[in-house]
Design a binder for this molecule. Sequence first.
Ligand code: ARG
Length: 459
Amino acid sequence: MWGGRFALGVGPSDALDALNRSLPVDHRLWPQDIAASKAWVHALGRARVLSASEEAQLLAGLDRVGDRLADGAAVGAPDEDVHTLVERLLYQEIGAVAGKLHTGRSRNDQVATDLRLWTLDAIDQLDAGVAALGRALVSRAQGGLDALLPGYTHGQRAQPVRWGYVLLAHAWPLVRDRQRLADARRRTAELPLGSGALAGSGFPVDRVLLKEALGFRAVSSNALDATGDRDFVAEVLFAIALTGVHLSRLGAELIGYASGELGFVTLSDAFSTGSSLMPQKRNPDVFELARGKAGRLLGDCVALLATLKGLPAGYQKDLQEDKALLFDACDTLALVLPAVTGAIETLTIHPERMAAALDPAMRATDLADLLVEAGVPFRESHGLVGRLVRAAEDAGVALDQVAPDVAAAIHPALATAVTQLGTWERSVESRATLGGASRASMESQIEELRRAFAPGGNA
Ligand code: ARG
């Protein structure tokens, strides 16, 4: 395909060929390569570079090539990449007129176009998977309004919260993930085709028409930039990496809750794994792998940025590395999302174990707040309750069981405050600010999240 300037019969060495070939990775771009090639044929026809009959032959030939590729023609093919494969098959189908397809086009604008088309689909599929997980979290949160458990910071029991509230804390990051994907999508939908190798096409193709035909939002503004621009890959890899980090954090949280010691949740049989040695084990592999795969997703993102950082404008062969990284990240996230979603949908919660973990010491903030209501400045009340905590520890009793005279000796209002504590439910309801753990706050969050994760479309 590019051998004309080299000595006849001397092809690239096996070693170079092995290094240079991208077909084993980029063969999956064939549907995009066919679609973009057909649009290109139309554009060449409109520009009168092709006759009507040539246009018709090329289009019919490309359809037949598509059929053959759908039947597995790429498997074991010897070609350098998907673009040369498609062109070779086209020759087999329609003969010499196939040689007119590449008029005014370069593999540089071609591969950028194919990959953008592929990425647009991938974004939509990943987005649907993230939304499905969001819906699972929200629906389990709705059912988890009444179960109260310790909310943790620093791994320490801090204040009581609702189980559903914890799930919502992992749902909101997914809203942001979808916003990032939608944002990346906008910039991915810029058409490079018609950029030629670096300086534009030598034939008067209508790029606006190409943009419409291929479903792009805009036409790229500078051919040198457009052929070397992989910002869209970097953006999607970052959006995926951060989504992976979010799934990792969700996984880490649930691994803890599924432990024998906490026992707040049990994974369903369908989403648990056993041990080959220890018959009693019910392992949360699904969440461990969600956590583990995040490292790999971060690696894909960093590897692409490292590949890009030294490159001048325009196409450089280094850019061929983009696809392996992007495909790996998309495949990995597509593997993790449904598994995590299924595990969330089917896990059992144990509200009694959650309730049993509610330590009265977690009422310390409530006591400090009650003292504030009695007119004690917060900093002072914090110190007074701290002394009560120490007294409880010294006496070996729960915070709400300290003898009234001991509490009163610390501060007269403290003994009264202890009697005013009320239920755990009341403690949770006392934090009724927007976004807090109260029932009303949760209900409005659930409503908002239901809209955000509704099937179909992502603004
Ligand atoms: N296989 C190449 C890639 O994936 C296609 C573009 C090659 N362009 C070139 N001028 N060698 O990036």
